[in-house]
Design a protein around this ligand. Structure first.
Ligand SMILES: *Cc1c(COP(=O)(O)O)cnc(C)c1O
Length: 362
């Protein structure tokens, strides 16, 4: 009998390690009131407008959703000042990462990935049988010069994460422009802007301005982070009409569910919720910077809703001890940095608990 074998390309895909859900940790430890500052979720929760839209649409779920996401695309196009044909809505930005690889990456072609960065790029590339070429960060910032030097005839996709997860650092407008001018138009450049709305730095590139000039540029954003809708799964990709058309070919007809579409559309209209979320994040950032300075821990200035901290000791020990005291954080070992942690900026109460527990454990 013939053995059932999976595709050899998928054998070295490492399963995604998610932040531990609160319920699971509480069950395991037999304690209550655990806080999770591990997955960059919005401490404010979703917009009340999104919740209302969800409730109003519940009775419709026996029907298929609008496969074209007509209304969400229309509202996004209006808000961003672009056309609907430049937008692709995904089941989270994660899905758009996978779809882009499915549409463009041939087996054996190369992708360039910063390291450490978001794990989905490697996943999507390996899924398609692509070869991952890693570019180490320089002082925990993307090294765009190094990435450009790694381009060769086999390069098909380059992933840029801005702000970068897990470090929170950004590259600037002039750096991106220099980089894009070095990239052959036959190479797809994906700029992942999952934390776009949190950025305060004035040199952060407004990448949308570039999509007409660079038809090989794809921008990713999401409703999971500042909009607080991670649980319903909705994100989007922006790019030239040709890019979006190609990627649309591999999209499932009903990839974004009806509730996600309704919630995202309502969330877009709640500007106050976004402003408030950003304010809470800025306050939390300043508070945590002060506290980390006081403890004497090194961290990297962040443009996102999380901070990359060097503990100068094994992160797993600290993680386990912090969890037993009711705080879940992200360890750096999964990003290849054993002495680091990534902490999500929470609300004031959460941040205070985080600092208290961190001090106790250290
Ligand atoms: C969270 C995150 C995403 C994924 O967002 P979803 O829309 O929830 O799939 C994409 N990229 C980065 C860098 C992220 O941190």
């Amino acid at each position: 009998m013939r053995e059932l074998k999976c595709r050899k390309e998928i054998l070295d895909i490492k399963p995604y390690v998610p932040g531990k859900p609160i319920e699971e940790a509480e069950r395991e430890l037999g304690i209550k009131g655990i806080i999770k500052l591990a997955s960059n979720e919005n401490p404010l929760g979703p917009s009340p407008k999104a919740l209302k839209a969800l409730k109003e649409n519940l009775h419709k779920i026996f029907m298929y959703p609008d496969g074209s996401c007509y209304y969400l695309k229309r509202d996004l196009a209006e808000k961003l000042g672009i056309e609907e044909e430049n937008i692709l809505i995904g089941n989270g930005a994660d899905e758009t990462i996978k779809l882009a690889a499915e549409a463009y990456l041939n087996p054996g072609e190369e992708v360039i990935i910063p390291s450490p960065s978001f794990s989905e790029y490697e996943f999507a590339a390996k899924l398609m049988g692509g070869k991952c070429v890693f570019s180490p960060l320089k002082d925990f910032r993307l090294d765009l010069d190094d990435m450009a030097e790694k381009i060769n005839d086999k390069t098909k996709i380059i992933y840029l994460c801005n702000p970068n997860n897990p470090t929170g650092t950004i590259f600037h407008r002039d750096e991106l422009e220099t980089f894009l001018n070095k990239v052959h138009p036959g190479v797809l450049v994906i700029v992942d802007e999952a934390y776009y709305e949190y950025v305060v730095h004035e040199s952060y590139p407004q990448t949308l301005d570039f999509i007409s000039q660079y038809p090989n540029l794809l921008i990713l954003r999401t409703f999971s982070k500042i909009y607080g809708l991670a649980g319903v799964r909705v994100g989007y990709a922006l790019g030239s009409g040709d890019l979006i058309d190609d990627i649309n070919r591999v999209r499932e007809p009903f990839n974004v569910n009806m509730l996600a579409q309704a919630a995202a559309k309502a969330a877009l209209k709640d500007k106050d919720h976004v402003i408030k979320s950003k304010e809470i994040n800025e306050e939390g950032k300043k508070f945590l910077y002060r506290q980390l300075d006081e403890i004497g821990l090194a961290y990297w200035p962040t443009e996102a809703n999380f901070i990359w901290v060097d503990l100068k000791r094994n992160c797993r020990d600290v993680f386990e001890k912090m969890m037993s005291k009711g705080v879940i954080i992200r360890t750096g070992d999964i990003f290849g940095h054993d002495s680091f942690i990534r902490i999500t900026i929470g609300d004031q109460e959460q941040n205070e608990k985080l600092v208290r527990v961190l001090k106790e454990v250290l």
